[in-house]
Design a protein around this ligand. Structure first.
Ligand code: FVH
Length: 297
């Protein structure tokens, strides 16, 4: 005889129904999780009520409704304001609000002092990627491993899950490190388009060339990682620093010829020159990490 019993999906509470909170909420509702939501501005939660969410009248009421409580608010201060005076005893608090590593660590201590287990999260996605199969969306998690294991399936509904350790600051650290890498890339893309601006080169024709070059060059991060871990910055070097610094003049002169402000380019060039002047011309750019973060090994 087959057992037709259906295990009910875990209920959860979500505080914050802004753009990201709403996207998260919709995936849990669509998957069949009982969901209680609260938002400071109640009108922003109304659409979710029509989709099956229970809208709580206060953050305290929302927190009381479920063991698993997810926050997706503007910043760490708004998390503090929202949960100020709310009883967190026995709750599993998952904070998907973007913050710094120090925010994650202090929020963990704060939550634990109030009787809650704590997991911090860094969302590597924009709202349209949430719940979209094959979008590549995922969330870095760090903090209580027990909490993560217990709620892993529920947390995996909106996006992939990557647990990066018990230190509650690590999710934010990985999140911000990836975002910082992204802004370096945006800077390069901006400078490249500025160079061709006003020339007889269509940006739309140039874009695929830029994307394929950056995609190929991004692979160099693996070599950088190998050298950082071995401490040997000379092995596996493909383009040495002496050659790259010599080429710098061409890049800067081209910017000048094209009437492009070199401000996005010069900080990196200056770092390369400093490392070369320190006698590291046979390395590649790996050693610049030491210049940016000295004395950390
Ligand atoms: N949207 C994105 O592209 C990024 C992708 C990566 C992750 N981020 C982070 O997600 C957090 C929430 O972002 P969001 O997109 O939902 O942001 P908003 O639509 O602006 O909604 C903000 C919510 O926060 C509430 N809120 C703001 N201040 C307070 C406060 N003092 N007390 C209580 N709630 C507060 C706000 O409420 P209301 O203005 O509607 O009343 C919204 O619910 C964020 O950390 C991103 O960095 C998103």
């Amino acid at each position: 005889m087959s057992d037709n019993t259906v295990t009910p999906l875990a209920p959860l509470t979500l505080l914050g129904t802004g753009a990201m909170g709403t996207a998260l909420a919709r995936t849990w509702l669509a998957a069949g999780h009982p969901l209680t939501v609260w938002n400071r501005t109640p009108s922003r939660a109304e659409a979710l009520a029509a989709e099956g969410a229970t809208v709580a009248a206060s953050a305290a009421e929302a927190v009381a409704a479920s063991r698993l409580v997810v926050t997706c608010l503007l910043d760490d201060d708004s998390v503090g304001e929202t949960l100020d005076g709310v009883d967190l005893t026995g709750r599993d608090l998952v904070n998907l609000t973007t913050g710094t590593p120090a925010d994650g660590r202090s929020r963990a201590a704060w939550a634990e002092a109030r009787g809650a287990r704590f997991l911090d999260g860094g969302i590597m996605a924009v709202p349209p990627m949430i719940g979209a199969p094959r979008s590549g969306a995922y969330v870095f998690y760090s903090g209580s491993a027990e909490l993560f294991e217990e709620h892993r399936e529920t947390l995996a509904v909106p996006a992939g899950t990557t647990y990066v350790g018990a230190d509650p600051g690590f999710a934010a650290l990985c999140d911000v490190a990836l975002l910082s890498g992204m802004y370096g890339m945006f800077a390069g893309v901006t400078h490249a388009f500025a160079l061709i601006r006003g020339e007889d080169i269509e940006p739309k024709e140039f874009a695929p060339l830029l994307v394929s070059w950056l995609t190929a060059m991004a692979q160099s991060a693996y070599g950088t990682a190998d050298r950082l871990q071995s401490g040997d910055y000379r092995t596996g070097v493909v383009s040495n620093l002496a050659m790259q610094v010599a080429g710098k003049a061409t890049l800067l002169r081209t910017a000048e010829e094209q009437g492009v402000d070199p401000d996005l380019l010069t900080p990196f060039m200056t770092l390369m020159e400093r490392r070369l002047a320190d006698g590291h011309g046979d390395e590649d750019t790996t050693g610049l990490v030491e210049l940016l973060a000295p004395g950390k090994d």
